[in-house]
Design a protein. Structure first.
Length: 228
């Protein structure tokens, strides 16, 4: 029930004028290329296991990926790369992710983003990041993961800031993002381990900066930590 309420609040949000305009403009302009489909063009909620031990934190919906399909990481090459890896390590029931009703189910893992609307050039402003942060905070409180796989420096900084706001003992200055970085924070008895990973965007995967083996290794490490 908590997550359903969160999702309802996310998908109706219009707090960022620039992003509301952009997500709807992209939808209008590109709807013709995807004639048979509804273009989502709204904020995108988290997707996957409500009781996930592992939370994947990206950046924001892609204009023609999640902004089109309405499901996080779904419908573009970033999602193809990510969900194929989840399937290889046993966290997803199928390797492909085409549209929001394709039967994909995640077990033990959930995908989300610190900004829920597609931003121009994949670059949200600091104000937009701060406006959207309460949704990530609520998702963390509801799901209560023990591991966060963080795809890229933007998500890394946004997640650490949100965790600090939630009372986790995030060091100052905040730890820097790196592929392979592993940072453990605590709040009372609870711990959360952040694992840094290059983003699954084509600019990283086409160039070999992030290979399937590298992503598999991060997910396997996340599973090992989650099993502790
Ligand atoms: O109604 P539903 O979205 O299929 O979710 C039913 C149930 O399955 C809920 O507890 C979330 C969970 N789930 C999941 O584990 N993995 C998914 O990818 C989607 C839903
Ligand atoms: Fe609302 Fe977040 Fe979208 Fe801004 S980015 S309009 S806060 S859902």
């Amino acid at each position: 029930p908590g997550l359903a309420l969160l999702d309802a609040d996310v998908v109706t949000c219009r707090a960022c004028p620039r992003l509301v305009a952009w997500r709807e403009q992209v939808g209008r302009e590109r709807r013709a290329s995807f004639r048979d489909q509804e273009y989502w063009a709204r904020p995108v909620p988290g997707f996957g296991d409500a009781r996930a031990r592992i939370l994947v934190v990206g950046l924001a919906p892609a204009a023609h990926g999640a902004n089109r399909t309405g499901r996080m990481f779904t419908g573009d090459r970033s999602g193809d790369f990510l969900f194929a890896a989840m399937h290889r390590v046993g966290l997803a029931n199928q390797p492909t992710s085409v549209h929001a009703d394709d039967g994909l189910r995640l077990t033990g893992i959930r995908a989300t983003a610190p900004v829920r609307c597609a931003p121009p050039a994949n670059k949200p402003t600091p104000d937009e990041r701060r406006a959207c942060a309460p949704f990530l905070a609520r998702e963390i409180e509801l799901v209560d993961p023990t591991v966060a796989v963080v795809l890229g420096a933007f998500g890394w900084a946004a997640l650490l800031e949100t965790l600090r706001d939630l009372g986790w003992d995030v060091p100052r200055p905040a730890p820097r993002f790196a592929h392979g970085a592993e940072v453990r924070v605590a709040r009372g008895e609870r711990t959360l381990t952040l694992l840094g990973c290059f983003h699954v965007s084509p600019q990283n995967t086409f160039t070999g900066r992030l290979t399937p083996a590298m992503l598999d290794a991060v997910l396997l490490r996340a599973q090992a930590l989650a099993a502790d």
